[in-house]
Design a protein around this ligand. Structure first.
Ligand code: SAM
Ligand code: SF4
Length: 317
């Protein structure tokens, strides 16, 4: 289905839980965010019904996110249920990967297509500082398990943190040298925990091109929000995602649904469509309304924080 600006909405990001085993400094306060009441969290059946409604309107790709999707009990069953929905061609997951190693093979067998693994540093002590509770070895074990389970085209998401991981841009990019990984650097967005951070924390993605000057633009026609680059002789690619310095709203093809059943037409807007308690035609109409009401662009920049009152962990990225 096309929105009011002619964008074909084919991609749903579904947050399957607001809970997380980490507390990344830019995403969540140290004490976490108030948890949803158990009865307010969508059941797997409700999630499947929402995915089916979205698929009936043209959604073809679903990404499971969180919080941390792997803390949701039964997640392998949910992957299977979403993959079974007629019209859904791709089921992906964004994860911090610290809990991935034991379930990677099961997720793949259940129909998960691809993984995005968040990894902001290759230094153990720094990883602990950024995630507050996570262990780098666990995340790297998860990444290795994904490869062993047969996942290909895995993406590594690295948030650019001025003065925190700025000196690691080259080693992080080089993860794409000997493997087919796509290492994507994401500009930090001023929302929730980091909305009031000093300016120097917000590093433009051009810093990656300065750190790895041999990168040259790759396939400009590749779908997605990342601008892709390659270096001579590298197997993988490097992607730059620049919500702050290059607005990509014109290509936005996605909607989001939170773990408590609110459809968000735009990540950075406060606007939400309540899907709770709806089913059948009523649910399809509500999802269609969310698509139709997608704003043309967001209004976030260095002087203006995101307008969503939610923390990133309550949306899923
Ligand atoms: N827990 C999972 C993970 O970390 O991959 C999924 C949810 S997390 C909210 C999704 C993505 O959002 C992660 O890659 C994380 O680094 C990114 N993220 C969180 N807060 C952000 C911010 N303020 N700006 C840019 N990216 C952010
Ligand atoms: Fe959790 Fe992901 Fe947010 Fe880190 S970025 S606190 S892993 S939801």
């Amino acid at each position: 289905m096309h929105d009011a600006f002619g964008r074909d909405v084919t991609y749903l990001r579904l947050s399957v839980t607001d809970l997380c085993n980490c507390r990344c400094v830019y995403c969540m306060p140290a004490c976490g965010v108030p948890r949803l009441r158990h009865e307010d969290v969508l059941t797997f059946e409700q999630m499947q019904e929402i995915v089916a409604a979205a698929a009936s309107l043209g959604v073809r790709k679903v990404r499971l996110t969180g919080g941390e999707p792997l803390v949701r009990r039964g997640i392998v069953d949910l992957v299977r249920m979403v993959a079974d929905v007629p019209g859904v061609e791709e089921v992906d997951m964004t994860t911090n990967a610290t809990l991935l190693a034991p379930v990677a093979a099961d997720l793949r067998a259940a129909g998960l297509t691809r993984l995005n693994v968040s990894l902001d540093t290759l230094d153990g002590a720094r990883y602990r500082k950024i995630t507050r509770t996570g262990t780098l070895e666990d995340a790297l074990a998860g990444l290795a398990a994904a490869r062993e389970a047969g996942f290909s085209g895995t993406k590594v998401n690295c948030v650019l943190l001025g003065g925190i991981n700025q000196d690691e841009l080259r080693p992080l990019a080089e993860l794409a040298r000997g493997s087919d990984l796509c290492v994507r650097f994401i500009e930090l967005m001023p929302m929730g925990a980091c909305a009031a951070w000093p300016r120097e924390r917000f590093l433009p993605a051009d810093a990656v091109l300065a750190a790895v000057p041999e990168l040259v633009p790759a396939d400009a026609t590749a779908p997605g929000v990342a601008q892709l680059y390659r270096a001579p002789g590298w197997r993988g690619t490097v992607g730059l995602i620049r919500p702050m310095t290059h607005r990509f709203c014109g290509q936005c093809n996605r909607i989001r649904v939170t773990a408590d059943g609110r459809l968000k037409p735009c990540l950075h807007s406060a606007q939400e469509v309540d899907l709770r308690g709806l089913s059948g035609e009523e649910l399809v109409r509500a999802v269609a309304r969310g698509i139709a009401e997608k704003p043309g662009r967001h209004h976030m920049d260095m002087g203006h924080a995101s307008q969503t009152p939610r923390a990133m962990s309550q949306i899923g990225g």
